[in-house]
Ligand binder design. Structure first.
Ligand code: GLU
Length: 435
């Protein structure tokens, strides 16, 4: 590709809110397409609304884009370009294509029909426009979106505009403006919207949350990117796990689905779990530790080796890093509180059986899960009960909950002293004496 025909795309967020899942996907598709075709990816901050644009939002948008693993080749701020927008409005006034009325500048939408060849949707013909005139400079002298968008896309030599389908109604107006100014009209690719499970636009209740919130909820950046990719595009061969690096080589904007993609939090969780499983233990520990520290879930004097063993216990079991918050508490608790749902297990007084277990455990020198398990099974056999009769109350004793990781692995991680102390507490709870 020679320099003039080099692909130049842009992502144009307005910093009037955080980066949401839909915006992140538009950004991703732009970025991937640019990388695939060795093009340029421009970030254009559409901060023309000076009242509603906030630095906090801008910072989050930039942070999130970077966190998701994308980078930009150049960045522009529309608020610094108002003079350029006004200059082009003057040109349109001089050529009779726009006029000033009550403070604002209006563009005359003279047209019969407009046809675009959308890269995603194919041919689209616009036969009418709702209005005969379009504000291009508002009465406060700031440019209106359609106008600043066209001027900047043209001057930034953007030759492919990839954006959400919700902008389709703007496209014919923008094409008219390109033509009126003698600019070359770029290609367009309107990406279908992300829909909520019941149809309709994605709502706050169903996933329309910011990337920052997903991060806080314990999702890995690679998983979010992978899931966004699947929303509207497929790598083929029924594959679902695909890295950003690989997608860079095979993504094609023309292969994006025409119909809306339905958001599924369960699918996102599944993808996230796949990425967690794919991490090495060391990688997982570093991610989990950082997450738990940021969320104040670890005791200040946490022992490194112990934390590693604890996290290893959960690596294959969690869907998000946030799941760890609920799970690991018992590993650090000074005293176990029994959750209300364990009541039916605690009803059955097994203090005699537990006492025997405690006695036998005291004699186990190497408290490894295999040794603990074989001792446990011997005790059950001796008592003539099924092992599971002892498993349930033991789990409640150790974790305070009905559900948890493998009992014997848990015992090894907690260590002999804690296991005996907690089993004894349950015996006491049943009113039995000390072993
Ligand atoms: N600032 C617009 C938005 O956030 C950009 C639209 C476009 O890409 O042209 O929706």
């Amino acid at each position: 590709m020679n320099k003039d025909s080099q692909l130049r795309v842009r992502f144009a967020p307005s910093p009037t809110g955080y980066l949401h899942i839909g915006g992140a996907r538009t950004c991703l598709f732009n970025w991937l397409y640019a990388r695939k075709l060795s093009g340029q990816f421009i970030l254009r901050i559409e901060d023309t609304d000076l009242e509603r644009s906030k630095k906090e939002y801008l910072d989050e948008i930039l942070e999130s884009i970077k966190w998701l693993g994308m980078n930009w080749d150049d960045i522009f701020y529309q608020s610094k370009r108002f003079d350029i927008h006004r200059e082009y409005a003057e040109k349109l006034i001089s050529s009779g294509k726009a006029y000033r009325k009550e403070g604002a500048v209006f563009f005359k939408c003279d047209f019969e029909s407009i046809e675009i060849d959308d890269l995603v949707r194919g041919k689209i013909i616009f036969k009418e426009l709702p209005k005969k005139e379009e504000v291009i400079i508002k009465s406060d002298n700031s440019p209106a979106y359609n106008f600043s968008c066209v001027i900047d896309d043209a001057l930034m030599k953007i030759n492919c505009v990839i954006r959400g389908e919700d902008h389709i109604s703007n496209t014919p107006k923008q094409v008219l403006m390109y033509q009126a100014l003698g600019f070359e009209v770029p290609k367009f690719a309107h990406v279908p919207l992300i829909l909520s499970p019941g149809g309709g636009r994605l709502s706050k209740r169903f996933g329309a949350t910011s990337i920052r919130e997903y991060k806080q909820a314990g999702y890995l950046s690679e998983a979010i990117v992978n899931y966004l990719l699947l929303l509207g595009w497929s790598p083929g061969n029924n594959r679902e796990i695909i890295s950003l690096d690989e997608a860079k080589d095979i993504f094609d904007i023309a292969k994006v689905n025409k119909t809306g993609a339905v958001f599924s939090i369960d699918k996102l969780k599944w993808v996230n779990a796949e990425y967690i499983r794919g991490k090495t233990l060391a990688e997982f520990i570093s991610l989990a530790r950082q997450y738990l520290e940021e969320n104040n879930c670890l005791p200040p004097d946490v022992d490194n080796d112990y934390l590693e063993k604890v996290l290893n216990l959960f690596k294959e079991r969690v869907y998000t890093l946030a799941d760890l918050k609920d799970w690991i508490g018992f590993c650090f608790a000074k005293e176990i509180q029994y959750a209300p749902e364990t009541e039916n297990i605690l009803e059955n007084n097994l203090s005699k059986e537990m006492k025997l277990l405690i006695e036998r455990f005291k004699a186990v020198d190497d408290f490894k899960s295999e040794n603990v398990e074989s001792e446990f099974r011997k005790v059950a056999e001796e008592l003539g009960v099924k092992a599971k009769i002892l498993v349930h109350p033991s789990r409640v004793a150790l974790t305070g909950k009905k559900i948890g990781p493998g009992l014997f692995e848990t015992m090894e991680v907690l260590g002999k002293d804690k296991v005996i102390e907690r089993l004894q507490k349950l015996v006491n709870h049943w009113g039995g004496e000390h072993v």
